[in-house]
Design a binder for this molecule. Structure first.
Ligand code: ZN
Length: 557
């Protein structure tokens, strides 16, 4: 295996300036200037694709009486732009919405007026979509909001050198709220059905999420799939998501190859319209995934560490140069490391890494070894001058691990990250580099994020992840929580540092709290203290109120 060049060390990157002033890697600039203008393509008289309104393609299929819509965009604003574009060529009513997976569901309310779902409009998806949407917003919702915003560049200024090369959230004016509509029908693998006179067969084809589906429209010789994209697939994402098993992903693409449709519409990127081109695309796409997977396995069996394998895996030339396999979204190294951690976990297999020293201890010793803080700063400045950006960022981080507010160190790190952000071809890397550079410079606050969408049925469950064990350590109480406006009760069993949400209301609780769902949500989102909640005249407590306050104060909201 041959070590490849680190694009963040020594080599000056070729950069270009986009029309909004963004300074970006040349390859990134060339790619994103082609995909920044929304367009509608009529593939047949019945099938149209909306591209570049956001990252996802929306497909419009005309049935006997109305429209079948595949994917709805990132948020309500994007959904609105898509809906209006559709109204420019047809005024037929929407009969069904299909979600390719749980990612592009937030524009749905634009297509499905309230109360229409399941009656006039079927919302079709993999049976796990709803569960996954709820879980991702509850467990890691806060982290995901922050990482997604970095990944897609939502924190970045809209114009100027740090601006994103493309807008995926509908632009400044767009309504960023979620218009998610719960699916009304879960399709099984291989299920066939007729929707508004159009024959469909659905396949479960896990790709970036386990709940991805592929649709086969035999009468139209068309496949729509989330298994094929426009760029090197993110087998791992910097946003932090569950392991994306390449073996499942390959199965999905092989299903597409078997169908070998005339029209192949990927979830992202241009559709293709001949049998030869659809087979060529599917085959090269699966070969890239298969190559990355098998070479990672080869490296693991050689005893190499994750970063060593990532340094060595290079796609064969025909795949590296394939227009749909560019590293303009995620980097190849991320995919290799993602597979390693999915298969092996955190351990490098070197016994020294079983119980390593803490980050703080390591940084103190390294700084001491260099001869103190000033020496590390000098060495970092020298590395920066010599364009060793990755090393600069790593070295100066040891100072920041000890003194997070040291201005000089923050600015050195910000400079290195900005250089890396301008050097990288990958959109997600650039988003993280520049967001964190701006944060270090004090120009943005990464913690300034809105609360994730919190459904009432998950709002008590959320408390399981908010416990301060020092405060809850000695408390054993069974709580019943009733929502006065919903006439529903749930339970929360608090057992010395652990809390268990109970879907069934407890029969013999220690304390019962009766509260309106709005007030409760304000409390669990940290907008109100428990004492303020108790002052509301509609709140009723049956049991010891001061114990209830003590329990609620043990959650970090
Ligand atoms: Zn996705």
């Amino acid at each position: 295996m041959v070590k490849k060049k680190n694009r963040y060390m020594s080599e000056p990157a070729e950069k270009v300036t986009m029309s909004n002033g963004a300074i970006v890697n040349k390859q990134m600039g060339e790619y994103y200037s082609q995909v920044s203008k929304p367009k509608v393509t009529h593939l047949t008289d019945k099938i149209a694709v909306l591209e570049h309104f956001s990252i996802d393609n929306t497909v419009v299929i005309q049935g006997d009486n109305g429209l079948i819509i595949w994917d709805t965009g990132f948020n309500m604003g994007v959904g609105k732009q898509k809906f209006e574009a559709i109204r420019n060529f047809t005024d037929k009513p929407v009969k069904a919405v299909i979600y390719s997976h749980n990612h592009y569901t937030n524009g749905a309310r634009q297509f499905v007026p309230k109360g229409f779902e399941g009656i006039d409009i079927e919302v079709i998806a993999h049976p796990d979509v709803h569960k996954n949407v709820l879980n991702s917003s509850v467990e890691l919702g806060k982290m995901l909001k922050k990482t997604t915003a970095q990944h897609f560049g939502f924190y970045l200024p809209k114009v100027g050198p740090d601006a994103p090369p493309v807008s995926y959230d509908g632009g400044v004016e767009a309504d960023k709220s979620s218009g998610y509509v719960q699916p009304t029908y879960g399709v099984q693998d291989k299920e066939e059905m007729e929707i508004d006179g159009v024959r469909f067969q659905f396949f479960h084809t896990p790709s970036d999420t386990m709940d991805s589906i592929t649709a086969w429209l035999p009468e139209h010789d068309t496949v729509i799939t989330n298994s094929i994209w426009h760029v090197l697939p993110n087998l791992y994402t910097l946003r932090g998501q569950p392991y994306r098993d390449p073996l499942y992903w390959l199965e999905g693409i092989d299903q597409v190859r078997k169908l070998n449709p005339k029209i192949l519409i990927p979830a992202h990127g241009e559709p293709v319209s001949t049998k030869e081109s659809s087979y060529e695309l599917a085959t090269n796409y699966r070969d890239a995934i298969a190559f990355i997977y098998s070479q990672t396995i080869r490296g693991i069996n050689k005893g190499l560490k994750s970063d060593e394998i990532a340094e060595e895996v290079t796609l064969p030339e025909h795949l590296a140069n394939h227009p749909r396999l560019k590293e303009v979204y995620g980097e190849l190294t991320h995919q290799v490391k993602g597979i390693y951690s999915g298969l092996i976990g955190w351990f490098s297999l070197d016994a020294a890494d079983i119980n390593p020293m803490s980050t703080q201890y390591r940084s103190e010793k390294i700084v001491e070894g260099f001869g103190g803080i000033e020496k590390v700063i000098q060495a970092s400045e020298k590395a920066l001058k010599e364009r060793e950006y990755a090393w600069t960022a790593e070295l100066i981080t040891h100072v920041l691990n000890i003194h997070p507010d040291k201005e000089q160190a923050r600015l050195i790190k910000a400079k290195a990250l900005r250089e890396m952000g301008q050097a990288t071809p990958a959109l997600s890397s650039r988003g993280f580099y520049l967001s964190q550079a701006l944060h270090l410079e004090g120009k943005i606050d990464l913690n300034n994020i809105s609360n994730p969408f919190l459904p009432i049925e998950k709002s008590i469950k959320l408390l399981e992840y908010k416990i301060d064990p020092e405060k809850l350590g000695q408390i054993n109480k069974l709580l019943k929580i009733c929502f006065s406006d919903l006439t529903e009760c749930f339970g929360l069993d608090v057992r010395k540092g652990v809390a268990e949400f109970l879907e069934e209301e407890p029969i013999d609780p220690d304390i019962t709290l009766k509260i309106s769902s709005n007030l409760w949500i304000s409390f669990v989102l940290g907008k109100l203290e428990i004492e303020e909640v108790m002052e509301d005249s509609n709140v009723q407590v049956d049991g010891n109120q001061s114990v209830l306050i003590e329990v609620m104060q043990a959650f970090e909201l």
